[in-house]
Design a protein around this ligand. Structure first.
Ligand code: FNR
Length: 191
């Protein structure tokens, strides 16, 4: 069976991002189903509608990368109880110009982490609304709010707790099923 092409968007531009570590572990955990590629968003300029007619190179690159993916996994921190500006900037850029957005119709799954007890849950709820209502993505149901503890992952990006690993493996399996509903041709052709 061919693997699906998964684009991973990490909503943090921090060098030692916890969310990037979580995303790397999820890519590893789902490697039997997805070929994962991290989509770079930290080199985009600040969104400006004046530049839509001639998109900055980094934006054009991001849009092309999104279009080549079967599905997108968002792994985001929470900043002041919503999504970080760097993520909103990428969502806005790649969703433009109106009618030519790259996100439209793509399956999406959402997770994220913070050291807090509710694991970036409010940001994830806000993101769900932006992706579904604003950008017309097909957002998977369910939720995966991960409270980050120092021992969540080991040095090889594996989850140390079997319950957490099992929960997230099931979450990624569920996403592969959803992606498969939107990308049957690619999967069948390479089977
Ligand atoms: C935070 N942090 C945070 N955490 C949280 O659970 N809820 C929140 O609303 C906020 N707000 C917030 C605002 C700003 C500006 C910063 C810089 C941080 C803490 C946050 O969870 C922590 O810094 C994580 O490490 C961010 O994730 P990355 O960047 O490590 O992936």
């Amino acid at each position: 069976m061919a693997k699906y092409k998964l684009g991973i968007v990490v909503g943090s531009n921090r060098r030692d991002s916890l969310n990037r570590k979580l995303a790397e572990a999820l890519a590893k955990l789902s490697a039997d189903k997805f070929d994962s590629k991290f989509l770079k968003i930290d080199d985009l300029p600040l969104y400006n509608q004046d530049d839509e007619a001639d998109l900055p190179k980094s934006v054009a690159r991001l849009k092309a990368e999104i279009l080549a993916c079967d599905g997108i996994l968002f792994v985001t921190p929470e900043h002041n109880r919503t999504i970080p500006a760097v993520l909103k900037n990428a969502l806005d850029w790649a969703g433009r110009p109106y009618g030519k957005g790259a996100w439209t119709g793509k399956p999406a799954a959402i997770t994220g982490t913070s050291p807090g007890a509710i694991g970036a849950g409010i940001a994830q709820q806000h993101l769900r609304q932006v992706l579904g209502s604003g950008l017309a993505m097909h957002v998977m149901g369910g939720e995966a709010y991960i409270s980050f503890k120092p021992d969540l992952l080991d040095a090889s990006s594996s989850f140390t707790d079997q319950t957490t690993e099992g929960f997230l493996a099931a979450y990624m399996d569920q996403f592969a099923t959803l992606v498969g509903r939107f990308a049957p041709a690619r999967h069948a052709a390479a089977a």
